[in-house]
Design a protein around this ligand. Structure first.
Ligand SMILES: Nc1ncnc2c1ncn2[C@@H]1O[C@H](COP(=O)(O)OP(=O)(O)OP(=O)(O)O)[C@@H](O)[C@H]1O
Ligand SMILES: O=C(O)[C@H](O)[C@@H](O)[C@H](O)[C@H](O)CO
Length: 165
């Protein structure tokens, strides 16, 4: 989880390979209307995200051992997903607004425009301190991030309650 450009897709692909877990790309489950809005530079609202979160919850509930990329910016969004899949854990990829802007700007053609990065940070509610959250520095090299997440995923859920560095 994290704002646009934090590296969710990159890390999720790596974790999916290492854990041999199925990968779901959350962006693939946005409605055409949501995609149209983002492309047009209009930030999504709680209402826009409701149906999307419901679809993602259904995916998570359907099987264990899956990796999902999802911005999950607000506590209420994460709690909806937790309600669907009680063993769910979140790897939170943190980075500065400037770093996110640079990453998003470096991939033209993507559904998400640079102009919306600020709104992601306005919406983000920091998940550190919530149960089952691993906080990561999104600027670390991908292989280190992947190793960190995979080591954490191999721990029993009961040992993952405290936020990590
Ligand atoms: N750990 C990393 N180190 C350096 N560059 C990275 C890292 N992770 C991702 N990137 C680069 O940052 C950009 C954004 O990454 P990615 O598409 O994985 O982010 P995302 O969070 O899935 O974005 P979005 O949600 O907007 O699709 C890409 O160009 C990717 O190559
Ligand atoms: O909740 C949201 O506002 C969206 O999910 C965005 O975060 C994007 O879909 C994603 O990051 C795009 O690249």
């Amino acid at each position: 989880m994290g704002v646009a450009g934090c590296g969710k897709s990159s890390l999720a692909q790596a974790v999916s390979r290492h854990m041999d877990w199925r990968l779901h790309e959350g962006d693939d489950y946005h409605s055409p209307e949501n995609v149209r809005k983002m492309r047009a530079g209009i930030a999504l609202t709680d209402d826009d995200r409701a149906g999307w979160l419901q679809r993602l919850g259904q995916l998570l509930a359907a099987e264990s051992g899956v990796v999902l990329t999802c911005s999950a910016l607000r506590r209420a969004y994460r709690d909806r997903l937790r309600a669907a899949a009680p063993d769910l854990r979140f790897a939170f990829m943190g980075l500065s607004e400037e770093a996110a802007r640079q990453r998003v700007a470096a991939r033209p053609g993507h559904i998400f425009p640079v102009s919306l990065v600020a709104s992601q940070f306005q919406t983000l509610e920091d998940p550190r301190g919530e149960p089952g959250v691993l906080a990561l520095d999104a600027l670390q090299p991908l292989d280190q991030l992947c190793q960190h997440v995979c080591d954490w995923l191999r721990q029993p859920t009961s040992q993952t309650q405290a936020p990590q560095a």
